[in-house]
Design a protein around this ligand. Structure first.
Ligand SMILES: [Zn+2]
Length: 380
């Protein structure tokens, strides 16, 4: 059985331990600070120093009462009884502690306000994801987020202890699964009481800040992603930099940047509409100023092409084609005629590699050939 030093000393980074079991790719120690991959979060990273070497851990997992420290070729390095020094990657550990404690605060608030349980939790190197078994509105999420930050600012203690079986009987606490053996209860007074085995920060202010990054409906409930502490700071920095750059593009400040982009989008829609009107008029002029049944154009707007094709069909007899240039040697096409079955026009086009299909009134598709080859194929 491995003594879990992280249970009572989550802020320690170094420890001495004795190797109690050696296998090909792992060792078991009598005690450890390395938190294993458990409860949806990644394991601690770090090194084991032995025989003058610092050996990086591949991973840490749990097996019954033992914690396995995975190192490739462990049996060639260690023997039972060896004394080692362990060192955990504190930046990674603290990042997990901040985000994990943030989850407790947010889930405690959702539980007390809505009665929902956290039914799924995943804490990876880049994401902190929580699932709740009920729907949440944008406003409920914003209010819970604000209150979570107020709890952080209050600097409440995060207490971890093993209550007696008698005490536990009368205790109302959150738990993601049926538990056996001694149960570790993590309490943030007035906010959350939850069974949990992971390392947490000692006081809520160490979470720093909690931001809901995104949320969605999920299996009749809600899925949320949060960022706490350094992750929230880095996310803020990226967003700040982006908004500042957008502001610079419009020679304005961050607070005016969204308005400037909205005005640009509106202007862009107006210009697109004017451009389409001009292109449509030009294409119609091209059709009425000749008697050619085969029209090549650089217009690509689908509505303009359909309108022009209808005009072409109505003003000609026989097979009519409009080829719209997508790139140097690629055209999309519409073909048909008022007095023919459009499907009869497809074989000559397919003979030069066209792809497409359609009904008696019109066929459509694309072909990768130059205008000369296309014209030759449809003129046969
Ligand atoms: Zn926890």
């Amino acid at each position: 059985m491995t003594e879990k030093l992280f249970d009572t000393n989550p802020y320690n980074t170094d420890f001495i331990a004795r190797v109690t079991e050696v296998a090909d790719d792992y060792i078991i120690l009598d005690r450890t600070l390395f938190f294993p991959e458990e409860g949806g979060q990644t394991c601690d990273r770090g090194t084991i120093s032995f025989d003058g070497r610092d050996i990086a851990l591949d991973s840490v997992s749990v097996s019954g009462d033992d914690i396995l420290h995975h190192i490739k070729g462990a049996s060639r390095i260690f023997s039972t009884g060896d004394m080692i020094k362990g060192h955990i990657d504190w930046a990674h550990r603290f990042d997990n502690m901040q985000n994990h404690t943030g989850e407790h605060i947010f889930s405690g608030i959702i539980h007390s306000r809505k009665g929902y349980d956290n039914v799924g939790f995943s804490l990876t190197e880049t994401t902190c994801q929580m699932d709740y078994n009920g729907p949440l509105t944008d406003q409920e999420i914003s209010e819970a987020e604000l209150y979570a930050n107020q709890i952080i600012w209050q600097n409440l203690p995060v207490e971890c202890r093993y209550p007696s079986a008698c005490e536990l009987k009368d205790m109302d606490y959150r738990s993601k699964k049926e538990l056996s053996g001694p149960i570790r209860i993590v309490t943030i007074p007035g906010v959350d009481v939850c069974a949990c085995c992971a390392p947490h920060v000692g006081f809520t202010s160490e979470v720093g800040i909690l931001k809901v990054i995104s949320h969605m409906n999920y299996k009749g409930g809600s899925r949320l992603y949060i960022a706490c502490g350094k992750r929230a700071y880095l996310d803020y920095t990226r967003s700040f930099d982006s908004l500042t750059r957008i502001g610079h593009m419009f020679s304005t400040g961050r607070s005016e940047a969204v308005g400037a982009v909205e005005r640009l989008c509106s202007k862009n829609r107006q210009l697109s509409s004017q451009l389409n009107e001009a292109l449509s008029a030009e294409l119609k002029r091209q059709i009425s100023s000749s008697s050619d049944n085969v029209i090549f154009t650089s217009v690509t707007d689908r509505n303009i092409l359909t309108d022009a094709f209808n005009l072409l069909k109505e003003s000609r007899s026989g097979a009519c084609y409009i080829f719209s240039k997508k790139s140097d040697n690629e055209y999309s096409f519409l073909a048909g005629g008022t007095d023919i079955d459009a499907r009869t026009l497809l074989p000559p086009l397919k003979a030069i590699g066209a792809r497409g299909g359609g009904k008696a009134l019109m066929i459509q598709g694309s072909v990768c050939k130059d205008a000369e080859a296309i014209r030759a194929a449809v003129s046969r």
